[in-house]
Design a protein around this ligand. Sequence first.
Ligand SMILES: [Zn+2]
Length: 314
Amino acid sequence: MSKDYVIGIDLGGTKIYTAVVDLEGNIISEETVATNAAEGEQAVLNRILGTVETVLKNVDISNVKAIGIGSPGPLDVKNGIIVNSANLPFKNFNIVQPLKEKYKLPTFLDNDANVATLGEFMFGAGKGTENMVFVTASTGIGGGAVLNGKLYRGNTANALEIGHMTVMVDGPRCGCGNAGCAEALGSGTAIMKRGRDAASSNANTTLKNYSEVTSKEVFEEAAKGDRVSKEIVNTALSYLGIAVANIVNIFDPEKVVVGGGVTNAGQIVFDKIQEEVDNRCLKAISENCVIEKAVLGGKAGVLGAAALAIMEIK
Ligand SMILES: [Zn+2]
């Protein structure tokens, strides 16, 4: 009996990760290449097509049912267009058409957060749920939601911009232009900024022992007991937790899956989010909602792109 496969393409600013994936999320063949975005649209498109050729080498293409692509946005998902992206050369570029033409397969595009959400839902920590929210906290904060078993995109496919939820009146300025966004208070970047401010202030903190402070050093010094670092970490994780609590009250999910670099700091992240959810959500909702760590890690994008393809052809 022949097996069905899909192709997942994780298009990022630094690398392109492409794989043939079976319907259970097992990677059959894969290739990762540098994006080299500076070389321009055509060169990057050729490199994407090249990775697809490579991963198809030992696979019968008649068993491949669809292609999914995850890309940073903003995108025009319906028309398969990358509108623009800070780290990619594409401007109003139809990324779906060349793949469709070459392989005669249904081909789908969605943004990296939605794709990662689908990956965790289909193959990761969200497997078996019907209502799941994915939150990623790294340099920024983002996410996605699966509601009643379906990805919730919203009108412009930008739903679940969790990082730009206002969580503090007159808070620090966010990259989006608003003030007091969750991202400006609870992201890795926010922790790094506050750590650097503390290191160059009069405060008594071991952060002064570093020539360059990132969120990693702040987490490490907090774990060792540095009072200033602990305060920074607790405050930032509280704001992240507040953002998650707001989402939980709105969507009433079975599970919140949390991923991204900030979760590398360990259990403290989950304890703090749980504390805010317990304190701020309706009991009927929070008592039936589990907060869990994402499991796909660096494969979230490629498996998510495969999940998108599977979801769309079902
Ligand atoms: Zn913002």
